[in-house]
Design a protein around this ligand. Structure first.
Ligand code: PMP
Length: 455
């Protein structure tokens, strides 16, 4: 509903809230996304794209869901906001906490709400350290994470994360966080090492970090079940059980970051269920509301909750928008839609396997593709210069950007991270949507190959 002139002004002024490279944004402008329906997004020129990223891993139920708009509207009329302090609450966060306890792994059942995944991880970090202090072990405060992990953009999130470029801009990380190898067989497995063996070795890197510090100094291990922004790094099935065994052995808490993998993406409500791992804390956000409202939930188990209750006094946690009634109303409706439409089951038994097969049969053979991999509707395509040797193109991810730009021009929104293309579409994608996406991706790969080999 904007005039062309307004849209041109918006485009010209995008650098006023820049997310990407400032210089590039000023030079090239941006694509203004104005509306969206079902699996499609539309830009200001009316160009239609399949949204292969569900926004940013958010819009699991797809766009244009009037029920979600209505849930927000009704709640805003009834009670737009009240806080969770002064011994107060409002109905929707309580109902949502109850619902989350029903669908989450049984090991986590109490909820701290926030507005973003970064806030949830920040709270989780403070909470596990506080827990050990209450247990009389304040020196048990070290956190083990992985290189190339992403856990948010706040100082705590960036420190927990293992992205070098972000650390360089941090000017000093939160202390006592160490990073170990990621479970990424394609690049890190040794010659002749099976996936299974590699998974065990990657898990043992956690044990080595514990032994190096001393178990009495290590509070927790944090990881995404599948590293998302780090390039959809899917660990071998041997990895998580071994990590869990090691954590239990040394009494180290296991913190899962399910901000991306939660709410159906992997074909279970949570990837903890896919990998059969038992978290002590679990952070979620994004698809909790399918992105229709900003909301995050940190879930913790009885062990931490009991200590907080018995020894804790007040845990000084609480954001102005913790348990925001409108966001929680939308989350409740979103979970109802996911359940009613059987989206989790559909990913598990139908679209997930179909997606994996489509990537394998139609994309993996392409000359630019080193490997495809996926779990549920979370997939990746590795871009290589040479399939046999796995050599990459020069320019640190430049090749993937070329592929991405062609993908967008050909009507499918994908993300490029490093040399990896990521696809994580809304869970409403059907077999037909997957077919269409694959067609467009292969066309984009052909065009990108012509560009890259010519260069
Ligand atoms: N953890 C993970 C795994 C994420 O992918 C993200 C966001 N991409 C975050 C945390 C941070 O969430 P937010 O952007 O909502 O702060």
């Amino acid at each position: 509903n904007y005039s062309l002139k307004q849209l041109q002004q918006i485009d010209a002024a995008h650098h006023l809230h820049p997310f990407t490279d400032h210089k590039e944004l000023r030079a090239a402008g941006s694509r203004v996304i104005t509306h969206a329906r079902g699996p499609y997004i539309y830009d200001s020129e009316g160009f239609e794209l399949l949204d292969g990223m569900a926004g940013l891993w958010c819009v699991n139920v797809g766009y244009g869901r009037e029920e979600l708009a209505e849930a927000a509207y009704e709640q805003m009329k009834e009670l737009p906001y009240y806080n969770s302090f002064f011994k107060c609450s409002t109905p929707t966060p309580v109902l949502l906490a109850k619902k989350l306890a029903e669908i989450a792994p049984p090991s986590v059942n109490q909820v701290f709400f926030g507005s973003s995944g970064s806030e949830a991880n920040d709270t989780a970090l403070r909470l596990v350290r506080h827990y050990w202090a209450l247990e009389g072990k304040p020196e048990k405060n070290r956190i083990i994470s992985r290189r190339n992990a992403y856990h948010g953009s706040t100082v705590a999130g960036t420190s927990l994360g293992g992205m070098e470029a972000m650390h360089k801009q941090l000017g000093g990380a939160v202390p006592n966080i160490v990073h170990v190898m990621m479970p990424y067989a394609y690049e890190l497995a040794l010659p002749g090492e099976s996936d299974h063996e590699f998974g065990l070795r990657a898990a043992r890197a956690v044990e080595e970090a514990i032994l190096e510090a001393g178990a009495d100094k290590v509070a927790a291990f944090i990881g995404e079940p599948i590293m998302g922004a780090g390039g959809v790094k899917i660990p071998p099935m041997s990895y998580w059980p071994e990590v869990e065994r090691i954590c239990r052995k040394y009494d180290v808490l296991l913190m899962l970051d399910e901000v991306i993998t939660g709410y159906g993406r992997t074909g279970e409500w949570f990837a903890a269920q896919t990998f059969e791992v038992t978290p002590d804390t679990m952070t979620t956000a994004k698809a909790l509301t399918s992105g229709y409202q900003p909301l995050s939930a940190l879930l913790v188990g009885d062990r931490i909750a009991a200590t907080l209750t018995e020894k804790g006094g007040e845990f000084a946690h609480g954001y102005t928008y913790s348990g925001h009634p409108v966001a929680c109303a939308v989350a409740l409706k979103n979970l109802e839609i996911i359940e009613r439409e059987g989206l989790v089951e559909r990913v598990k038994t139908d679209t997930g396997p179909y997606f994996a097969q489509a990537l394998r049969e139609r994309v993996a053979g392409h000359g630019l593709v080193g490997e495809t991999r996926s779990v549920g509707l979370m997939g990746a395509i590795e871009i290589v210069k040479d399939k046999a040797t796995r050599e990459r193109f020069e320019g640190d991810g430049r090749a993937a950007v070329v592929v991405r730009d062609h993908a967008i021009e050909n009507g499918v929104m994908m993300r490029a991270t490093g040399d990896t293309m990521i696809l994580s579409p809304p869970l409403i994608w059907t077999r037909e949507t997957i077919d269409l996406a694959c067609e467009r991706i292969v066309r984009a790969l052909d065009l990108a190959e012509a560009d890259l080999r010519r260069a």
